[in-house]
Design a protein around this ligand. Structure first.
Ligand SMILES: Nc1nc2c(ncn2[C@@H]2O[C@H](COP(=O)(O)OP(=O)(O)OP(=O)(O)O)[C@@H](O)[C@H]2O)c(=O)[nH]1
Ligand SMILES: [Mg+2]
Length: 482
């Protein structure tokens, strides 16, 4: 059998064992195959699931027999009599309103009241009250092409009903014939047996009805066995199909870089714009509360510093946004790589390559600052000083808004110029991840290849067995060179 110490040698031993000891039935072969596959490490077949299925297949065959007929004919009483145990309730008034199933004597018995959808069956017992033989329109459980046994009951009642007739026995015989005719009309290939009885008399049922039912049920058992054989064949065919190895996944898988780079950059630009909006709004709020020239002068003097701060922070935020988006992207790439390379272990860290967009936020801010100061110069002298402070303030606010929107445009354009840099960073990250996965998976890959080869050979051997055909020997890479 397989041992992880020396897989090649033990695989060969296992194969020899597999090939030499040919079991007789398909299920036995499947069982041996599953035992063998269970010992192969890293298999792609769910052996335990198949084993469970196999265990179910090995349960004894259970024929399905349906008891049907008209209401109150004595089905439950008959079944109790046949089995020698009071398994079903019986009563003078109707008491089996829906189908009832019991497992007894290796058979699945189902009592089906007329008019109910019948379960699939291998044979049928038609229980008929001889005084009320099945009406033509009655919907009965179908016999499913299995044998039908007719059991006529309540002959004692029929006899007492006919007591005053000229020839009571002839009248009962006539009733039996009518009942048989009607029963045949409800059966496609004639009756496999017919018997008259009082089902309440359990001894008589065992001695007279059971032999007839038993003889007819032999055909039902054969049908059940044939059905089981078909299911077994389907099981084995499905197993053989499942043993076909999956298509190999191309390696390395394609990783789209250009679209990813755009998305990464866009994430950075959005972060930058959001940061500029909030910083600019905070500065505007400060300007709005100023109501004297000196204070306004001080603010105008600090415009370059404020814009420089806003520009630098925006670039920092852009970098943060890009890095976060790149980290998410790297996670997704690792997921893809892992899906393609089941043999590889994920890298310990998926940190993307360092990204430097090289955008100088401060420099862009300086040129904007000049425009703001020109619109609202800090040092106002003479008549200009007499202007109302609100007028100066609104000029400053307008110039600030213009400068900010220009700064945003300039910064956005400068960031977008960095697309090539982002692409290169993503490319480098993808390359690093792929290389890592390849290196980490080298050993596992060799083991996997051995297992695949082993499993392929097993499949080849197994299919030969299972299908009974001589499968062509697969081309297998020499194990020792892998
Ligand atoms: N006199 C007489 N009574 C019988 C005979 N067979 C059954 N019975 C009685 O008829 C009644 C109905 O019997 P069940 O076995 O419940 O009949 P069923 O076909 O299962 O009836 P439902 O399931 O209720 O439709 C019971 O009281 C039985 O004892 C018979 O041959 N002669
Ligand atoms: Mg009943």
């Amino acid at each position: 059998m397989w041992s992880s110490d020396d897989p090649v040698a033990s695989w060969e031993a296992w194969l020899r064992w597999l090939m030499m000891e040919r079991p007789s039935s398909a299920l036995e072969r499947a069982a041996r195959l599953l035992d063998g596959l269970a010992a192969v490490p890293q298999r792609f077949v769910d052996v335990s699931g198949w084993r469970r299925g196999l265990a179910q297949r090995r349960q004894p065959v259970v024929p399905r027999i349906v008891l049907t007929g008209d209401l109150k004919a004595g089905r439950s009483t008959l079944l109790n009599g046949l089995l020698g145990r009071p398994l079903l309730r019986t009563a003078v008034r109707g008491c089996t309103p829906v189908p009832v199933t019991v497992f007894a004597a290796g058979i699945r018995w189902t009592e089906v009241p007329p008019g109910h959808r019948p379960p699939p069956s291998d044979g049928r017992i038609l229980v008929v009250d001889v005084r009320q033989p099945l009406p033509r329109s009655l919907r009965l459980a179908h016999h499913g092409d299995g044998p039908t046994v007719l059991v006529l009951t309540k002959l004692d009642r029929a006899r007492s009903d006919a007591e005053l007739a000229l020839d009571p026995e002839a009248e009962v015989t006539e009733a039996v014939e009518v009942a048989c005719r009607r029963a045949r009309a409800h059966t496609a290939d004639g009756l496999a047996g017919k018997v008259c009885c009082d089902p309440r008399d359990a001894d008589a049922v065992r001695s007279t009805v059971w032999p007839t039912v038993h003889a007819a049920l032999a055909a039902a058992r054969l049908r059940a066995e044939a059905r089981r054989d078909q299911e077994d064949v389907r099981f084995v065919e499905a197993l053989a199909e499942c043993l076909t190895p999956p298509e190999p996944v191309p390696w390395p898988p394609h990783i789209p870089i250009v679209s990813a780079a755009r998305a990464v950059l866009q994430a950075g630009v959005s972060m930058a714009m959001t940061s500029m909006d909030s910083d600019a709004a905070a500065w505007r709020a400060r300007v709005r509360h100023v109501d004297d020239h000196n204070e306004l002068d001080r603010l105008v003097a600090r415009v370059p510093e404020a814009l420089d701060h806003i520009g630098r922070r925006a670039v920092d935020c852009a970098m943060q946004g890009c890095r976060a988006a790149m980290a998410d992207w790297a996670d997704a790439v690792v997921g893809r790589l892992l899906a393609a390379a089941s043999w590889a272990t994920p890298p310990a860290s998926q940190a993307p390559q360092v990204l430097e967009l090289g955008v100088a936020g401060g420099m862009l801010a300086r040129s904007a600052a000049g425009r703001v100061q020109a619109a609202a110069p800090p040092a106002l002298l003479g008549m200009v000083r007499l202007r109302r402070v609100e007028v100066r303030r609104s000029a400053l606010e307008a110039a600030w808004a213009d400068a900010l929107s220009e700064l945003q445009i300039d910064l956005g354009a400068a960031l977008r110029d960095g697309l090539g840099t982002v692409e290169a960073a993503l490319q480098a990250t993808a390359h690093a991840l792929t290389t890592h996965m390849e290196a980490a998976g080298q050993e596992a890959l060799v083991a996997e290849a051995r297992c695949r080869t082993a499993e392929r050979l097993a499949t080849w051997a197994a299919r030969d067995w299972l299908t009974g055909e001589t499968a062509q020997r697969p081309t297998v890479a020499p194990l020792r060179t892998l």
